[in-house]
Ligand binder design. Structure first.
Ligand code: M6R
Length: 348
């Protein structure tokens, strides 16, 4: 039921533009000149291993994409609870991503090593156990986040993490400082983009929620750089509304998930302009699915996506967060403390 109390999560969503602006003011120049990477005093790496859980894992997907796209370096994403036994080749840097720095699965994976390979922690809590157990630490500088659902820490992890990658690639000579400066220039538009997305989402989401509130399951789709955001949208929706939500690269739709689509099934598409999405949307509409597009002009939630090359359509996460938040609030659930979940998962 609607209430007049301000939930932490709502406030934390609204804080995202300022958090991004603060980060860019602090490290923007150090990204383009390589100083951010140098400050960590780590040896150069040839491949990247990203270790995390939940929302931090989705941030890792974005960060890993940047190292491959701009540096031509391989990366692998490791679910922290499944890290045991994975091969870590020489020249690998592991980045453990965790807002709390206390997630048991991440701590165990770091402990299991191998400890003769360098490890960096990207954390929001600089005084956490994870921060103490690695070779170097980088703060994602989101400020306190109280809501169990990670929102602004995700945005800040993505921003600082991709900034770190660009900075490292400049230092390694894999990215020119001119190109890096251009990319940082794009990142500097992020605070405004997040603010625009927040306004657009606050206007559009209540109507969408009215239409989909009785749906028992949701599908989230994206292609390329939009895929991690579709995954994050599905995670938020499950966590807060207790409804089923599945995320897929849109090309996978016809390999199974299309069978789930029936009259009225909500299919949320993060539309970053990939022309192949039109065919996927047509497939859903032909089965009576309710398509909600987030992205280009004419979308249900109209925000310009697809031009932020370092980290893809990051601002798409705002309508996705607000969709989950608004539906959960409408259903009368506690958006700050979803059932069965904790802010720091300290058991494995
Ligand atoms: O503190 P961490 O970033 O390590 O937490 C990892 C996950 O437990 C966390 O991101 C979880 O998925 C969020 N509650 C999702 O909103």
């Amino acid at each position: 039921q609607p209430t007049d109390r301000v939930d932490h999560m709502a406030r934390e969503i609204d804080e995202q533009p300022d958090a991004a602006a603060r980060i860019l003011d602090t490290i923007g120049d150090d990204i383009a000149n390589g100083a951010l990477w140098r400050s960590l005093e780590l040896a150069p790496f040839e491949r990247l291993r990203l270790l995390a859980c939940g929302t931090s894992l989705n941030a890792g997907l974005v960060i890993g994409g940047a190292v491959s796209r701009f540096g031509g370096l391989a990366h692998n994403i490791v679910v922290a609870s499944e890290a045991a036994g994975t091969i870590v080749e020489p020249g690998t840097l592991t980045i453990a991503i965790s807002q709390s720095g206390e997630t048991a699965d991440v701590l165990r994976a770091v402990e299991e090593g191998p400890r003769d390979r360098p490890m960096l922690a990207l954390v929001n809590n600089l005084h956490s156990t994870l921060a103490r157990n690695v070779d170097a630490v980088l703060g994602c500088s989101a400020g306190a986040e109280i809501g169990v659902a990670a929102t602004k820490t995700f945005v800040c992890q993505v921003l600082v993490g991709t900034g770190l990658i660009l900075s490292a690639l400049v230092e390694f000579g894999r990215l020119s400082s001119g190109d890096a400066a251009h990319l940082v220039g794009e990142l500097r538009s992020l605070p405004d983009r997040l603010a625009t997305a927040t306004l657009a989402a606050r206007a559009a989401i209540p109507g969408i929620v009215d239409e989909v509130r009785h749906a028992s399951g949701f599908i989230f789709l994206g292609r390329g750089a939009a895929v991690p955001y579709a995954m994050e949208g599905a995670l938020k929706l499950k966590e807060l509304t207790y409804r089923w939500a599945e995320a897929y690269p849109a090309g996978e739709l016809k390999h199974g998930p299309l069978a789930l689509v029936e009259d009225g099934t909500p299919v949320i598409v993060v539309d970053n302009g990939d022309p192949r999405l039109a065919g996927n949307i047509a497939e859903v509409l032909a089965r009576g699915g309710r398509v909600v597009t987030i992205g280009r002009a004419g979308s249900v939630v109209d925000i310009p996506l697809g031009t932020l090359s370092p980290c893809g359509p990051l601002e798409a996460v705002v309508p996705l967060q607000l969709l989950a938040f608004t539906l959960a609030a409408e259903l009368g659930f506690d958006v700050d403390k979803p059932r069965n979940l904790a802010k720091s998962v300290t058991v494995d």
